[in-house]
Structure formats: C-alpha cells, structure tokens
Write a protein that binds this ligand. Structure first.
Ligand code: ATP
Ligand code: ZN
Length: 300
C-alpha cells in the first residue's frame, strides 16, 4: 500500500453547493471512495487519492500551504484568496489547472431598485457591503473608483435595508435572492465556476503522473457529457452535406453497405448537443435509419 506521503490529497467542499458535483466528477473518473467515521476524510480504495472534506474558504489556503496537492473550489474563492495574499505582499502558492464547468455564478455589484445608476462612476464615494473585500478592492482600483467597503460575512443582501451600505457585491446565479430583496445587478465583477487548483510545490514523479491522469480523465468526463454517437445511412452523393450538418464532429467513419448500391453507413461522435432539428435536417439531406447513442467514456 502507498504511504500517506505518496497519496494525492484533494481538498473538496464538505457540505455545500460544490460537494455533490465534486465527488460525482471524481467518481466518474473511476475513483472509489469510502468515508471515514469522522466525516473529514474520504479514502480512495482503488487509486492513491484521498479527499479532505473542508469549508470551501479553506481550500485555497490548504493547497497554497501544500497540505493538499489539489483542490476543487469556486474561482470566486480562489481569486479572493490570491488577491488577499497579494494585497498583503504575499504570493499565492497555487495554480489554477482546470475548469470544471459547474458551480457557475458571478460576483456582481447590485443596487436597490430605486437607486439611479449610470455606470461604475455611480459607486464613487458610496458604501458597498461584501464578503469579497480583496476582489472588490481590486475591481474598484482597476476602475479608478474610491468607495468604502463594508465587510459582511453573510446575508450581504440585507445591508442596504439595514442602512449599512448603499450597494452590495455578492454572488449571483439566478438573481432570485436579489429580486426578493429589491436589488438589481449593475456590474459584473467576476464570472465564476468550479476549478481545480494545484500546489506550486513540485510533486514526486509518481504523484504528478497520477495528477495528470486524473486531469485527463476529468477532461474525458466533461467531453462526453454532451457527446453522442450518431449512426445513419446516406447516399454517397449526400456525404459532404451530411458531414457538414453533424454538430461538432471530427471526420466521420464511412462504411459501404452491402447490396444497397450507392448507400453508405456514416458513424460519428458529435461533441455538441444533437437536437431534433439536427436529425430532421439530416433526414432532409438524404439520411435514413438515424440512431443517436450516448457516449460513456472517451479518451483522446
Ligand atoms: P462553506 O460552508 O463550505 O463555507 P458556503 O456557504 O461558503 O459553504 P456555498 O453556498 O455552498 O458555500 O457555495 C459554494 C460555491 O458555490 C460558491 O463559492 C460559488 O463558487 C458557487 N456558487 C454557485 N452558485 C452560487 C450562488 N447562487 N450563490 C452562492 N454560491 C454559488
Ligand atoms: Zn464558504
């Protein structure tokens, strides 16, 4: 069995919006996990990989301090930690190595509905409540705005109602929380999604090899999500038109059909969503016997 030092430690959120997706993705990379009794640790049974279950805010620090080799966390949290370290004259000792295409949200400035807003200059001299102090400080500096930042650790959206701030800067996905509090988005500070970060501390060759393998498998898992395998029959003369209609497909496989004159079978992996319209267009171009199958695994 591997010693603890040779096992890869990945920090993931213990309980929250990123938890299920993070574990699901790792499991789809082939990792089988057992959770420890104290619920702080998941042991990888079939790979030298363990998960540390922590608060998302702690993940960049754990990776920067080389307690964990990798972390799965929102770019918003990564960015805040990196800027907070930089603003206090330190370097963040981690790199963003992969985007995971879940946990999409944005860090936005929002204003009470009755406030007249005419661009970022409207923030000049105002009070803005946020828990993203470093990110907002950076945004205001880059835009040449002088405003007061009021730190709120949570429930930022009630700050204007409490008379504590004129604007807020907080995470938004659907905007429902803002609407419920009579606030509207006025500026986007950062577009965010879950990302993988890796420590800058060099890993042993065997660990780095496993990290590369995990990242390659993650890439495969993300690619197959939308991918479909299309099979159809077509007259050879319609091949060019049909190939052009296949969404996101590399060169299709063309197989002659026995005893059917000039007809061929076309097989292709489509990396974009295959809509009903696509199938109808293919049919109109001469295709028949159309079949669309899910793709389970892919290794480029
Ligand atoms: P923890 O207990 O781990 O500190 P938390 O309350 O800070 O949890 P969650 O609310 O679970 O964190 O959000 C985790 C991440 O999910 C956010 O940092 C962000 O990257 C992402 N996210 C996606 N949509 C939203 C949203 N609408 N509001 C907040 N976070 C979102
Ligand atoms: Zn948090």
């Amino acid at each position: 069995m591997d010693t603890t030092e040779q096992r890869i430690k990945i920090a993931v959120q213990k309980s929250g919006r990123l938890t299920d997706h993070s574990r699901d993705l790792l499991e789809r990379c082939g990792l089988k996990l057992t959770q420890s009794k104290d619920q702080l640790f998941c042991y990888g049974e079939n790979m030298p990989v363990d998960l540390l279950l922590v608060r998302d805010d702690d993940i960049p620090g754990l990776v920067s301090d080389d307690v964990c080799d990798l972390g799965i966390v929102g770019l918003n949290v990564v960015n805040e930690k990196r800027l907070a370290l930089e603003q206090s004259g330190k370097d963040a000792l981690f790199d963003q190595v992969f985007e995971l295409d879940f946990g999409h949200c944005r860090l936005s400035v929002a204003a009470p509905e009755d406030v007249e807003y005419s661009g970022a200059k409207s923030l000049q001299g105002k009070r803005i409540a946020t828990s993203y102090v470093a990110t907002l400080t950076d945004y205001l500096q880059r835009n040449g705005i002088d405003a007061e930042i009021v730190y709120f650790s949570g429930a930022v959206e009630i700050a204007p109602k409490l008379g504590k701030a004129d604007f807020i800067c907080d995470l938004v996905s659907s905007g429902a929380t803002l609407t419920a509090n009579h606030l509207g988005e006025v500026e986007t500070v950062l577009e965010s999604e879950a990302v993988v970060i890796q420590t800058r501390e060099p890993l042993s060759d065997s660990k780095q090899e496993w990290v590369n393998r995990i990242l390659q498998r993650l890439d495969g898992v993300l690619q197959v999500r939308e991918s479909k395998y299309i099979m159809l029959h077509a007259p050879r003369a319609a091949l060019a038109e049909i190939s052009a209609l296949l969404p996101g497909a590399e060169s299709p496989t063309v197989i002659p059909l026995d005893g059917s004159g000039d007809k061929v079978a076309v097989h292709a992996v489509c990396r974009e969503t295959v809509f009903w319209e696509t199938l109808e267009n293919l049919k109109a171009a001469g295709a028949s016997s159309l079949l669309v199958l899910p793709v389970e695994k892919m290794l480029a």
